[in-house]
Design a protein around this ligand. Structure first.
Ligand SMILES: Nc1ncnc2c1ncn2[C@@H]1O[C@H](COP(=O)(O)OP(=O)(O)OP(=O)(O)O)[C@@H](O)[C@H]1O
Length: 255
């Protein structure tokens, strides 16, 4: 099921990135890179800084020190944000205004088209096909405030996909959907990856769901505890218990 693309073009590079909200860092001296077509899973315990790491890459917060480069450009100067689809962790908070599913997903296309270009029929049919793939096309005229958690999650994923991203940043995209939908989402992502070299960074708690699709794994707890292929992880950290022990050891080590 894995796709091995010959292309090794590096599209994201983090060098010694550190970030704190208050006095102590939640992301500390983190360096890694992502190549075109990579499907990187970031695993780690609650509160380990995974969402913060993704927000740094999405340009929502700035590192205290270190560098981030996206598509070969320093993030400070990066101006191609429509190439990046970001799906934040979906909370129960919904937009206060009565937008429909179709409107919310269409809004994801605005950046790619340019703000002064009108969205047209082609945009609508693109959105429709994404909704179909995610099995929420029957909800397109529903107001997002009325959706279940899992449905809303898929709307946010559809919105991130609507801009035809080259890099997709997903914060627990399948946390509240049923196992069958979860698999169909993974299949869709896998297809986009093999068809057009989409690169994906996926924060997850659920290694079992994503294991067959990912090309690399980072186990994260403020720092990188492990980085490698799923096969390498199997050799070094074969059980969930070993992963937890490695995390506990890193906590102890870094105080
Ligand atoms: N806006 C904020 N202001 C202050 N502290 C924050 C803020 N957001 C997150 N934190 C803290 O930073 C740490 C890392 O949070 P983050 O959400 O990045 O972790 P996470 O690994 O994504 O957690 P989870 O798996 O629970 O989503 C936590 O201790 C959290 O309480």
């Amino acid at each position: 099921m894995q796709v091995n693309l010959p292309n090794t073009e590096i599209i994201l590079r983090l060098e010694h990135v550190t970030f704190s909200y208050t006095s102590s860092p939640v992301v500390e001296d983190v360096s890694f890179s992502v190549s075109k077509g990579d499907f990187l899973a970031i695993l780690g315990p609650n509160g380990s800084g995974k969402s913060t790491l993704l927000k740094l890459i999405a340009g929502l917060i700035k590192p205290d020190s270190g560098q981030i480069e996206i598509f070969g450009q320093d993030i400070e100067r990066f101006n191609q944000w429509p190439r990046i689809g970001y799906m934040p962790q979906v909370s129960s908070v919904r937009p206060g205004f009565p937008a429909t599913v179709e409107e919310v997903v269409l809004s994801g296309r605005v950046g790619r088209k340019g703000f002064f270009r009108r969205l047209d029929k082609a945009d609508k049919s693109k959105v429709q096909s994404i909704l179909e793939e995610l099995r929420i096309d029957h909800l397109s005229r529903h107001v997002v405030g009325e959706l279940s958690g899992g449905q809303y999650q898929r709307v946010m994923l559809a919105r991130a996909l609507a801009c035809d991203p080259d890099l997709l940043l997903l914060d627990e995209p399948t946390a509240s959907v049923d196992p069958e939908t979860r698999r169909s989402i993974m299949e869709l992502l896998n297809r986009m990856r093999s068809e057009r070299g989409l690169s994906i960074i996926n924060i997850s708690h659920d290694l079992d769901t994503i294991r067959g699709y990912i090309s690399r794994v980072i186990i994260f707890n403020k720092r990188i505890i492990f980085e490698g292929t799923p096969e390498e992880m199997d050799v070094h950290l074969a059980t969930q218990q070993q992963i937890l022990e490695a995390i506990a050891a890193s906590d102890h080590h870094h105080g």
